[in-house]
Design a protein around this ligand. Sequence first.
Ligand SMILES: Cc1ncc(COP(=O)(O)O)c(C=O)c1O
Length: 402
Amino acid sequence: MAKLAIKGGRPVRRKPFVSWPVFDKREERELLEVLRSGKWGIGGTKNEEFASKFAAYHQAEFGVTCSSGTAGLEIALKAVGVRYGDEVIVPPYTFIATAGCVLSLGAIPVFVDIDPKTYNIDPNLLEGAITPKTKAIIPVHIGGGPAHMDSIMKIANEHNIYVIEDACQAHGAEWRGHKVGAIGHMGVFSFQSSKNISAGEGGIVVTNDEELADRAWSYMNVGRSRKGEWYGHEVLGGNYRMTEFQAGLLLAQLNRNERLMRRRERNAAYLARKLHDVGGVEHVGAYPEVTRHAYHLFIMRYDKSQFNGLERDRFVEAIRAEGIPLSPGYATGPLYRLRAIAGYKIPGIETDYSKLFLPAAERACREEGMWLHQSVLLGSRKDMDDIIDAFLKVKENASELV
Ligand SMILES: Cc1ncc(COP(=O)(O)O)c(C=O)c1O
């Protein structure tokens, strides 16, 4: 039996996986073009060009670029009119920005558990969380797998609530053949370093509603209005503008996206199949209506009972020692357990998450969830086989680690 690397044995793999970002001459050309134009910010054309191309790619009529996904979420909430004291429904298994943007407006995040089958917000629990104060729902397409948009839109429309899709991990994902982002009233994407399309930082808000797009543009651009005076600020906005360098990079990245998506899809399907041979680790599923998964993360569910009781975190450590960059994901717990959220006091409003326990999210964070990053899925068939070999090796030797 091969000795585990965590115990001093030879790792399954020493070679690194594909590094991210991927770029070539196209990015270089775009950057040089912006550099030489002297139009690095306002006055350039790349932001508008990228906004309209990305929006069209996502079957949305309007796109407003901004400095990050976090900024985009805040802008979208402001655009739909979320204010102090309003409630916004969010899932707890996501990046902090999904709930942080709500708190930063003095509004209250109301956490609804995830569906254990997909790790997306559970549509069956939504209705029970709606109160007269509910103004919006932010479903997250976690890891690039779309949330159940049919149910969410039906409930939201019945209750007159806005839906802002947090599509920060879901570039190119589709729900029943329609790209995510503008299925809801607004959608937000991130172009931060790890994202499937990246400019180091950046974000975009997409929508089919012109009025919401104009408001988003205004909140993004220090409260100016598109047709108004330069110094005629009409609302209090921030400076959330994206530079022309970022927009240029993103034009090149967008061009490459379909090709990279296909490669991720092939490898993800292969990995998901091969995981059946391992047993005890399975790819977290997508709803049948998902016609395209963006695979920002390849999220898996770990079942320690099939590994001699070996805890997920110890399994991840052992796999990492074998040379596979496996992550335990949001292992610090559901968002409502983070000090930044739990300890945040909205002036004049009592929020207390100390007794909240959402079982599916707790399990996903602490016991079951594990990820591989999208860049790993850009590798070869052999790369995928190494991952499976490492899983099999650790499984065979699990008793040594418990
Ligand atoms: C689900 C989710 N929402 C929001 C964000 C925030 O995006 P950004 O890092 O661009 O601010 C991220 C990414 O980091 C994310 O993964």
